[in-house]
Design a protein around this ligand. Structure first.
Ligand code: HEM
Length: 83
């Protein structure tokens, strides 16, 4: 079993300043509570489910995440949303 993930160590660093600013009208990607609350929808959109893939490709964003990052986000959910 690999180590437990946490928001502060593993998830928060995945979001760039651009991501945080770009999504600030909907939720705060800096905030544990907000990311936990919207985790299901975020997990869908980083896989391009339910709408345009997030982050958007250039010039709007830095483009879709690598599979390994998507899996890290899934593991954080499976680990029980550790802060
Ligand atoms: C529930 C999940 C999400 C929804 C419904 C959502 C929805 C949207 C929408 C509607 C836009 C505007 C697109 C446009 O202007 O054409 C947008 C922009 C953007 N989103 Fe998301 N998003 C989600 C999650 C995320 C996540 C997790 C990230 C980063 C990892 C992200 C990064 C961005 C960026 C960088 C932009 C561009 C902002 C700009 O135009 O400057 N989004 N998102």
């Amino acid at each position: 079993m690999t180590k437990t993930t946490s928001f502060q160590m593993d998830i928060r660093p995945l979001f760039t300043e651009r991501d945080i600013q770009g999504m600030s009208r909907a939720f705060n990607l800096r905030s544990y509570d907000d990311v936990k609350k919207h985790a299901g929808a975020i997990y869908d959109r980083i896989r391009g489910i339910g709408g345009a893939v997030m982050p958007p490709p250039p010039p709007k964003g830095e483009g879709p995440w690598q599979q390994s990052r998507i899996e890290l986000f899934a593991k954080w959910m499976a680990d029980g949303f550790q802060p």
